[in-house]
Write a protein that binds this ligand. Structure first.
Ligand code: PLP
Length: 405
């Protein structure tokens, strides 16, 4: 019973889970009857199944994507005195975890076209203390991993992929997570495989690293009550694993749904006056966008999926040049009952908690700062209907025409 007047949420969690209700109840009952709520068969099975889905040697199920990042840093022995390069334009956890192990997050800038780490900016930030780099596959599209891996090889850095938003995304036909020295996935309900609360995964092809992660997840304990190292309680609940096992086989279907929605937006939004598509041949180059903006004051820049990537569209993120215009479009969409969100309004180098770090000053990472003022993500979840997409496109078109029909 959708129509153009009906609100379009940014995400519709009940719509995704409703068709699976019977299977979810079966999984719940199975765990309830087993009485086994910590580790055990559900965790083992979920790890096997998710490793297979991600074409990874090993998957370690953990308490959240944030804890997965923390553990990956711990497992690689990164701590006080070490520096880790992270893009400034990402979710906080990417850098927060670096600080939490006692190391220093060193920010670098990102590409204005794909929103991901700019390898040239990362290269400028390398020092003798640099131990690792964390490329983030932001919004569901892989970063330029060939360039990141080349930089890492040159300087002997560990590469930890933050694939929290990109479960199942491919880079040159390889699933992300094992493109470097290990990667992390999040099952936060808004991610592509949305869980029932918090959950995360570390994936790697390195058996020794996987064994270490399994120990760290459980207080660094092996054997029982003997602790060769200090870990924590980073376990995923058996119940969470059982429920995620119901959804995992549908991940590809969800991704296809998101991709179809994105393709529809691309086709229809690009027909509107003043809408341009960022040119994938000009990654890291703002000129095209600037030219478009100059040509039409009502420009809107569509996201790009690189041909060598399988984008899984965790977000469909527009750029609306000019902070006031971006905020005005956001206000207009909200007024029309259309969910939207600014991911992310403050680049990490500008966060108050990082005020003492070099590179905190305004102007340090101009692309990240500019994106923070331009980006706006619109609904792209798999269950979005044609009517709902129509409502989104119409509301954007109305805005671009200055509110005149
Ligand atoms: C969601 C997210 C995380 C953290 O995952 P949680 O499961 O919420 O802890 C880390 N990095 C990025 C880029 C994310 O989007």
């Amino acid at each position: 019973m959708t129509n153009a007047q009906q609100p379009v949420p940014l995400l519709d969690v009940p719509a995704q889970n409703a068709p699976l209700e019977a299977a979810l109840r079966v999984a719940f009952d199975r765990v309830l009857a087993s009485g086994r709520f910590i580790m055990g068969e559900e965790i083992d099975a979920f790890e096997r199944e998710s490793a297979e889905a991600l074409e990874a040697g090993y998957a370690v199920a953990v308490s959240s994507g944030t804890d997965a990042l923390l553990m990956a840093l711990m497992a690689h022995g990164i701590g006080p005195g070490d520096e880790v390069i992270v893009p400034s334009f990402t979710f906080f956890a990417t850098a927060g975890c670096v600080s939490r192990v006692g190391a220093t997050p060193v920010f670098c800038d990102v590409c204005p076209v794909c929103f991901n780490i700019d390898p040239a900016s990362a290269a400028e930030r390398v020092t003798e203390r640099t131990k690792a780099v964390i490329p983030v596959h932001l919004f569901g599209q892989c970063a330029d991993m060939d360039a990141v891996n080349a930089l890492a090889r040159e300087h002997g850095l560990v590469v930890i992929e933050d694939a929290a938003q990109a479960m199942g995304a491919r880079y040159r036909d390889k699933v992300c997570g094992t493109l470097g020295d290990g990667g992390i996935i999040s099952f936060f309900p808004s991610k592509n495989l949305g869980g029932f609360g918090d959950g995360g995964l570390v994936v790697t092809d390195d058996g020794e690293l996987a064994a270490k992660l399994r120990r760290l997840r459980n207080h660094g304990m092996e054997p029982k009550y003997y602790h060769p190292e200090v870990g924590g309680n980073f376990r995923m609940d058996a119940l969470q694993a059982a429920l995620l096992r119901v959804k995992l086989p549908h991940l590809d279907t969800y991704s296809r749904g998101r991709a179809a929605n994105a393709a529809d937006y691309m086709a229809r939004l690009s027909e509107l006056d003043g809408v341009v598509q960022a040119d994938p041949a000009h990654c890291r180059c703002l000129d095209k966008a600037d030219a478009a903006e100059a040509a039409s004051p009502s420009s809107l820049v569509l996201p790009v999926a690189y041909p060598h990537n399988t984008h899984i569209w965790n977000q469909f993120t527009l750029r609306v040049p000019g902070q006031e215009r971006r905020d005005a479009l956001r206000d207009h969409l909200i007024e029309q009952g259309i969910g939207c969100e600014i991911y992310y309004p403050v680049p990490l180098h500008r966060q108050a908690c990082f005020a003492s770090l070099p590179g905190h000053a305004l102007g340090s990472f101009p692309v990240s700062e500019r994106l923070a003022g331009e980006v706006l993500s619109i609904p792209v979840y798999p269950e979005l209907t044609a009517d709902q997409r129509e409502a989104v496109v119409r509301a954007i078109g109305f805005f671009l025409m200055g509110g005149k029909v």
